[in-house]
Design a protein around this ligand. Structure first.
Ligand code: NAD
Length: 480
């Protein structure tokens, strides 16, 4: 049985009580310590003191060595971590392996950046020198969801550490064991005690405490837009910096020159990645009306051909949802959508009764004309896709932009000028051309509108964990 304790001021502590469940089988696979508000306060104080001591904040080479040691430890245990990720989250083992590998690569990327945090200097008036230096922002509280707990942990924690911040990590209860296993491998002689702390909880009180605390300087939150709004309101009193990576409703725009037979399986995969539980997953396919009959046929075939089962089983394309509660909620919204849709093209259910102990849900595809329908507007976090049609580029862009979200979209065409025109017109933080769901350590990602604030990945993520200080020196000019 796996156990996850709190890590506070260098000590693993707290009695593991909360149960972690394998969503494919319903089996309890481990227990995690359930944090109180006092645990949250202790973790924040440990991070505060570690920051104020300065050994970490002022030593970029040490920070690089700590990050490189972490990457090596993760790489050594990559297979064990991927297996635990699949057992706790349900995703297909190949996806878990890919996620752990991407997380390791990203730790190494930020290890390099730790030694390149330049400022700039200028002379605004004769003899007056302005030096602008990037300084670590302080204590970062990092709230990570369960859907991609390796990459989503690393893309916040690694830039925070590279910048010189100390941290309190609050993972989702559903993947508390996996996040503890990731952080256990961060311990090394390079990491001063208290630099990174972690607490897990079954409720939200400790998380809310991190947000309200005046000793926390930055919140890096990945989760739903509804929780992001609550965090933004609660953070107002302390005026802390906010990085919010929130919900999305990604559109795929398929123009009349696209090869539907070859892209439909890729759209099906983009919609069902992590069983549709990825913020950037394909949610709406907007196709030129001339291709609609072919798209209906090929998308139904592609979605139908996906094999659903436990993530560890060979040949499986799609695992269960994260838990039974999430599955029931998603299924209810899908049923309501099917009742209102113009056409139901594929109606997914819970699948084979032999898998009833798992939180499985097969994909559903509907077609609809009115983009103001709730299922074209609301993020439904599961394997659910809406097909819509358009007759012109303008209509395609207008429909895609008809949303409060702005996380990501894709454009499918061989006309390069059209791809660039449409990509620029879409109000999204990321636009893929002839691809979907490609994310890189090096490339900033984030949301327009209600998909969030700030950017993660890339150099800008590191900058979001810094303050910019202006030091002004009136040195005067040398007169002959
Ligand atoms: P959620 O908003 O329900 O919960 C996220 C976390 O917030 C939980 O760990 C919870 O403990 C914490 N929380 C709840 N109330 C809080 C409060 N008042 N103060 C502080 N913390 C609080 O999200 P979820 O269901 O765990 O994750 C799925 C959502 O995450 C989807 O909307 C998805 O789109 C989004 N997501 C976004 C990105 C991105 O990059 N934009 C990536 C992955 C997931």
């Amino acid at each position: 049985m796996n156990l996850a304790r709190h890590w506070i001021a260098g000590h693993w502590q707290g009695a593991p009580q909360g149960e972690s469940v394998n969503p494919a089988t319903g089996e309890v696979i481990g227990r995690y310590a359930d944090a109180t508000i006092a645990d949250a306060d202790a973790a924040v104080q440990a991070a505060r003191q570690a920051f104020d001591r300065g050994h970490w904040a002022h030593d970029p080479r040490r920070r690089q060595l700590a990050l490189l040691a972490w990457a090596d430890a993760l790489e050594r245990d990559a297979e064990e971590l991927a297996t635990l990720l699949t057992r706790e989250n349900g995703k297909v083992l190949a996806q878990s392996r890919g996620e752990v590998a991407a997380a390791i690569s990203e730790v190494r990327y930020y290890a390099g950046l730790a030694r390149h945090i330049p400022g700039h200097a200028l002379q605004p008036e004769p003899g007056v020198f302005s030096t602008l230096l990037r300084e670590p922002a302080g204590v970062a509280a990092i709230i990570v969801p369960w859907n991609a707990p390796a990459v989503l942990l690393v893309r916040s924690l690694a830039p925070a550490l590279a910048a010189g911040c100390t941290a309190v990590v609050k993972p989702a209860a559903q993947t508390a064991l996996f996040n503890a296993a990731m952080l256990q491998r961060l311990q090394s002689p390079w990491l001063p005690s208290g630099t990174v702390n972690t607490i897990a909880e079954s409720g939200h009180a400790a998380s809310a405490r991190l947000v309200a605390s005046h000793d926390v300087d930055v919140i890096s939150f990945t989760g739903s837009t509804a929780t992001g709004k609550r965090i933004m309101a609660a953070a107002a009193d302390s005026m802390k910096k906010l990085s919010l990576e929130l919900g999305g409703k990604s559109c795929c725009l398929v123009f009349e020159d696209a090869d539907v037979a070859s892209i439909a399986p890729r759209l099906a995969a983009a919609a069902t990645i992590i069983s549709g539980q990825q913020c950037t997953a394909a949610r709406r396919v907007l196709v030129h009306e001339s291709l609609a009959p072919a798209m209906r046929e090929h998308l139904v075939r592609a979605l139908n051909s996906l094999t659903m089962g436990p993530g560890e089983a060979p040949g499986v394309d799609m695992g269960p949802l994260i838990d039974h509660g999430a599955r029931d909620l998603v299924q209810q919204r899908i049923e309501e959508a099917c009742a209102q849709a113009d056409r139901v093209l594929l109606h997914g259910g819970r699948g084979d009764p032999a898998m009833a102990r798992g939180a499985f849900l097969a994909p559903t595809l509907i077609e609809h004309g009115d983009s103001s329908a709730f299922f074209c507007q609301e993020e439904i976090f599961g394997p659910f896709l809406v097909l819509e049609t358009f007759t012109s580029e303008q209509e395609a862009v207008a429909k895609a932009n008809h949303t409060v979200f702005g996380l990501s979209a894709s454009v499918w065409t061989h006309d390069g000028a059209r791809a660039m025109r449409v990509a620029r017109a879409l109000r999204n933080g990321t636009v893929w051309v002839n691809d979907h769901n490609r994310l890189f350590a090096e490339a900033e990602t984030g949301g327009y509108r209600q998909s969030g604030l700030g950017r993660l990945h890339g150099y800008d993520a590191l900058a979001d964990f810094t303050e910019l200080k202006h030091i002004c020196l009136n040195a005067g000019v040398l007169h002959e």
